[in-house]
Design a protein around this ligand. Structure first.
Ligand code: ZN
Length: 226
């Protein structure tokens, strides 16, 4: 997270096709989905690449049951924000490593999508003080950056302190609905709070009101250096 306090600039929109690369089902929905909704509703096409199927993510559920369930929840969730092209790479949940196998699978998927821009989930060491990022996110992010280093493709990282901002005020509800499609996952994570309520809290936290947008909500990203 950068310490710069300068005002964020608008995220560029001079592109047609984006690939969003994340570690697990639901990673896009913790923040990026509101921006994705804005992009697809303005006629852009967005594809998702998911390194794992999140099969270790539901406590008490066998991986061979959880994996297909989470893929299905991800398909429903993606459809809410206009994304119908999903690429599951099948790497092991909770054991992602930035190694050649993962890097080449990411590169291959991205080349198939042939995007103008690539977006990756936040892969810095910590979300905030005492909130370390998960190892899968860190490993995957570095793998994507290394895999794409020679591609010349602009790479952006979701980043709460990023220097770029997407105005998502009109897409918050879509993002909440998208996260709520991870129904079983959220129900197990917190059995006492209704899924929609959980989704709203998470989405609003990930796209806070932005001064530069006159108080409208925004998703921040930063450009990953070449
Ligand atoms: Zn994740």
């Amino acid at each position: 997270m950068g310490a710069m306090e300068s005002e964020p600039r608008p995220f560029p929109e001079d592109w047609q096709r984006a690939a969003v690369v994340v570690a697990h089902p639901d990673d896009v929905e913790y923040g990026l989905a509101a921006a994705v909704a804005r992009w697809t509703r303005s006629g852009r096409s967005v594809s998702y690449v998911l390194a794992s199927s999140g099969e270790a993510g539901i406590q008490g559920m066998a991986p061979e049951v959880a994996g297909p369930l989470r893929e299905e929840e991800q398909r429903r969730s993606s459809a809410v924000v206009g994304v119908h092209d999903l690429h599951f790479l099948g790497f092991p949940d909770s054991a992602l490593r930035n190694e050649v196998g993962l890097r080449s699978a990411v590169l291959e998927a991205v080349e198939r999508i042939a995007p103008d821009v690539v977006v990756v989930g936040y892969y810095g060491p910590a979300w905030g003080p005492g909130e370390p990022n998960q190892s899968d996110h860190v490993e995957l992010g570095h793998a994507v950056a290394e895999a794409l280093a020679v591609s010349g493709l602009p790479l952006y990282e979701q980043d709460l302190a990023g220097e770029l901002v997407v105005d998502v005020e009109d897409h918050v509800e879509a993002a909440v609905a998208a996260l709520a499609e991870h129904r079983v996952y959220l129900e197990v994570l917190d059995p006492t709070t209704p899924v929609l309520e959980q989704a709203r809290v998470q989405v609003e936290r990930s796209c806070p009101p932005e001064q530069v947008l006159g108080g409208r909500r925004g998703v921040r990203l930063s450009r990953v250096a070449d």
